[in-house]
Design a binder for this molecule. Structure first.
Ligand SMILES: CC(C)(COP(=O)(O)OP(=O)(O)OC[C@H]1O[C@@H](n2cnc3c(N)ncnc32)[C@H](O)[C@@H]1OP(=O)(O)O)[C@@H](O)C(=O)NCCC(=O)NCCS
Length: 337
């Protein structure tokens, strides 16, 4: 029986009402990288699709990027920051060990009403956060939420390792989700998955409790990101294909019903191969890795914002956001924009 004190209206949906993104001004080209490690524009372009990446200078931090992206998302949603009720920052390159990067965002935006915390699921962090917000908004717990993916991966990059330093860039993307009961569907479905057995495939050991700051960590293999590129490559294709197929099946959708597939931008060849297996035509598989490189949790919301601003996604379109990353983690959101 519906209790008197149960205020949950059953028909709330989490609708995206604003998007924004921000990338640092400084650009590192493949030719610039060829001066640091033994590589070439030709190798990087053909193996990854990356041409440039935006990189932070010493003064630009993860919170700075997150704040700029958030301001743009709030402006596009026309919502005053003081009305924001929940802020989640998905990041693996936080401002500090603690407090959360979200605390700095809340402070800068003067979003006094908001609850703010970070979520750590690496490149899957943004779609995981969207999934959490969907639950909170549908249950009536929050009326709106600012979900941000923000990273400064170039600050934990091993610039002597040519197999990894060519891949990453910095940036942030944000979306504002609001509670709606007017028939718009918003986030239709979310799914998440993890495989902790494969944690070693992608990791950064410093300065967690296993490698605390009291130990002298001068080995770049401990201080910086380490990747097992081949293993990640194969797992990523497998999980992206499985996850998108699950979304289509659960939502009773076909590729034709979907306007755009926005994958985490980790390697253009991974996206191409996964989309080919899913029979997604090229024009529906968004790629902007050529400009940004891999920005981990920031890549999906940056791509989403790029799509919106370029008019590639219109109101009412069905869009599938899918991501894969360290953990391992993978997940997706099916969204009616
Ligand atoms: C890293 C990645 C681009 C490597 O591409 P690949 O086609 O798998 O290449 P391989 O690792 O098989 O290396 C092929 C050769 O290129 C060399 N190579 C590696 N990096 C190079 C570079 N930047 N420039 C030139 N040569 C390079 C290798 O040493 C190897 O040489 P060898 O055959 O003489 O041993 C690819 O595996 C990838 O994108 N993986 C996923 C990346 C990832 O983990 N992203 C983060 C997760 S979200």
């Amino acid at each position: 029986m519906h209790k008197k004190n149960d205020e949950r209206p059953p028909t709330y949906r989490a609708v995206i009402t604003g998007t924004g993104s921000f990338a640092p001004e400084k650009i590192l080209t493949n030719d610039d990288l060829a001066k640091i490690v033994d590589t070439s524009d030709e190798w990087i372009t053909t193996r990854t699709g990356i041409k440039t990446r935006h990189i932070t200078n010493d003064d630009e931090t993860t919170a700075f990027l997150a704040i700029e992206a958030s301001k743009r998302a709030l402006a596009s949603a026309k919502l005053d920051a003081k009305e924001v009720e929940l802020i989640i920052v998905a990041t693996i390159t936080p401002e500090m060990v603690f407090p959360s990067t979200a605390s700095f965002v809340q402070r800068a935006l003067k979003a006094k009403k908001a609850t703010a915390f970070d979520l750590s699921a690496a490149c899957g962090g943004f779609v995981f956060s969207m999934s959490i917000v969907q639950q909170f908004i549908e249950s009536g717990r929050y009326k709106n939420a600012l979900v941000i993916g923000a990273e400064t991966l170039t600050k934990i990059t091993d610039w002597t390792d040519r197999t990894s330093c060519i891949l990453f860039g910095d940036g942030a993307g944000a979306v504002l989700l609001e509670q709606s009961s007017d028939g718009r569907k918003g986030i239709i479905y979310s799914t998440m998955g993890s495989d902790g057995d494969r944690w070693e495939a992608l990791n950064c050991k410093a300065y967690g409790s296993r490698y605390p700051s009291s130990k002298k960590l001068d080995d770049p293999k401990k201080i910086c990101m380490q990747i097992k590129g081949r293993e990640v490559y194969q797992q990523a294709i497998r999980r992206i294909v499985e996850t998108v197929n699950k979304c289509l099946k659960k939502c009773n959708l076909t590729v034709d019903d979907t306007a755009m597939f926005i994958s985490h931008q980790m390697n253009a060849r991974i996206i191409e191969s996964a989309m080919k297996r899913l029979k997604v035509p090229k024009e529906k598989a968004f790629v902007n890795i050529d400009e940004y490189g891999n920005t981990s949790a920031a890549s999906v919301p940056i791509a989403f914002d790029d799509c919106v601003r370029a008019g590639k996604i219109k109101r009412g379109d069905i869009v599938i956001l899918v991501a894969f990353g360290a953990g391992l983690t993978w997940g997706a959101n099916v969204v009616e924009f």
